[in-house]
Design a protein around this ligand. Structure first.
Ligand SMILES: [Zn+2]
Length: 209
């Protein structure tokens, strides 16, 4: 049985977000996963189910989870990367949505800079689309963590880095993808758009040499 009201509306907005990212080539096939908080206390997370096509999501494929990760409504298993979303909700007190994409630019750059552990981007007007950034002179440091199938281990690494530096806007997993968040779905979506733009520009800068 599907939930009604606010939850139905949030499901609709996640489907719309996912469809837009799919159309931009940021989450081909079943790549990527998206979540939004329906409530913080008690914790209720809406998150895409594992293995579903992000360009053709149905409301049932967006699962409502309780604070123990149990499925309250929807069909299927929660995304394998649910633990990463949870780490951000638990560490960033005002996070209201978490979005994770798999674009080619992000995949190539995170692989190339995996050993450095960071990609630094500066000098671009579009940096100002990130929360709290007011100048193109800002240097945005994107941490690059080694990819792993051990999601619990990665979640701990996310939490440790975020606690050490709350100014972080996003994480990259090497050869894998981008994870960012916002106070709500609108801000998280803007962060994906801005970061994907910055990474695409950085990719072209490095190609030009
Ligand atoms: Zn992923």
């Amino acid at each position: 049985m599907m939930a009604s009201g606010n939850i139905a509306e949030l499901r609709h907005r996640l489907i719309e977000t996912a469809g837009g990212f799919y159309a931009r080539g940021w989450s081909d096939g079943t790549g990527g996963n998206y979540s939004v908080l329906a409530s913080r206390d008690p914790l209720r997370v809406l998150i895409t189910a594992s293995g579903v096509d992000k360009g053709r999501l149905t409301p049932e494929q967006i699962l409502e989870l309780d604070d123990q990760g149990q499925v309250l409504s929807g069909e299927g298993k929660p995304s394998a990367e649910t633990g990463l979303h949870r780490a951000i909700y638990d560490t960033v007190p005002d996070a209201g949505a978490v979005l994770h994409t798999h674009s080619p630019a992000c995949t190539v750059l995170s692989e190339r800079h995996g050993r450095d552990g960071v990609i630094a981007i500066t000098g671009l007007e579009m940096l100002k689309g990130l929360r709290g950034v007011t100048s193109h002179d800002h240097v945005e440091y994107l941490p690059v963590l080694e990819n792993s199938q051990d999601i619990d281990g990665l979640a701990v690494r996310f939490a440790v880095r975020l606690t050490a530096d709350p100014r972080i806007h996003a994480f990259l997993l090497a050869g894998h993808g981008l994870t960012t968040w916002g106070r709500d779905l609108v801000e998280a979506r803007r962060h994906v758009e801005i970061l994907e733009f910055l990474l695409e520009v950085q990719f072209r800068r490095e190609l030009l040499g």
